[in-house]
Structure formats: C-alpha cells, structure tokens
Design a protein around this ligand. Structure first.
Ligand SMILES: [Zn+2]
Ligand SMILES: [Zn+2]
Length: 148
C-alpha cells in the first residue's frame, strides 16, 4: 500500500490534550504546541526507554529524523517548564494505526480499525456524545472537554 513518506506512524493517543502551569490561567495563545510525533518520540524514547533505531522502525522514519523530532520535543518541553507556559499536544504529520474515540460523558475510550465507522453510542454508558480523538489531536478541535 502506497503512502506519503513524510507521515509518521503513531501507535497510541496521548491521555490528555495538554498541561497548564499551577496558579496560572490557561493561555492557549502562548501555549507551546507539541506535535503528535514529538509526543510519540518522547513516549517511546524517554518513557518506554526504546533506542532510536527501534523508534525509527516503529514510526516509519529514518534514525536522523527521530533524533531531530526528539531534540525539537525536548526543546519545547524545557521551554514550557522554564517559561511557565502551558502546552498542547496537537497536529503533526502522522498516520494512525487505529482510530481512537472517546465518550464525552464517561471518558470511556475505544480504538477501531481505520476502515470502521465512528461508533454511535458508548458501550460503557450509552451516551451518544462520542468524539473522534483524531479530530481533537490531529486537526485540533478546541471545543471538546479535553480542549477546554
Ligand atoms: Zn460513556
Ligand atoms: Zn478537542
């Protein structure tokens, strides 16, 4: 199957949309924006302790690209930390392995093969308020409960 070389394969979605400093109101205008591939590289290298070669293979990119994304991610996180800025995880050149949905009422999450339709009701609580996490994280929705 042909696909654009620039897309980085993503194996999971972040738990939260972003972080904000204690004692400060959220200010998304000044928020540092961490791209999804930057989040994924931090997750794989710093959290799961994988080596760069392995991460490159998982994300379908070269090893120098992984290093470049990793450096950029660390620079952004340290900027947020040092300058006391909130940050959002959003956007990026990514291809999802599966599609992720979340119930707005009970926060139950499901992931489905990419060719399946969005579920109509939550299997945990029956709510019909199902949102696509791809829309929220990849395109940036700014109106679901994760974004407020
Ligand atoms: Zn639910
Ligand atoms: Zn959202």
């Amino acid at each position: 199957m042909a696909r654009a070389k620039t897309l980085r394969t993503l194996h999971d979605m972040p738990v939260v949309k972003g972080f904000r400093p204690l004692s400060m109101r959220a200010n998304y205008r000044q928020a540092v924006i961490l791209k999804l591939e930057e989040y994924e590289v931090l997750r794989l290298i710093d959290y799961e302790q994988k080596i760069h070669e392995e991460v490159a293979e998982m994300m379908d990119v070269s090893r120098p690209t992984v290093t470049r994304i990793y450096n950029s991610a660390r620079s952004k996180i340290s900027t947020a930390l040092v300058e006391g800025r909130s940050f959002l995880i959003e956007g990026g050149d990514v291809r999802m392995v599966r599609h992720y949905y979340q119930c707005e009422d009970c926060l139950h999450r499901v992931n489905l093969p990419v060719d399946e339709e969005k579920p109509l009701v939550c299997i945990a609580c029956g709510s019909t308020k199902i949102i696509s996490l791809s829309d929220c994280f990849v395109r940036g929705c700014r109106h679901c409960r994760r974004c407020r």
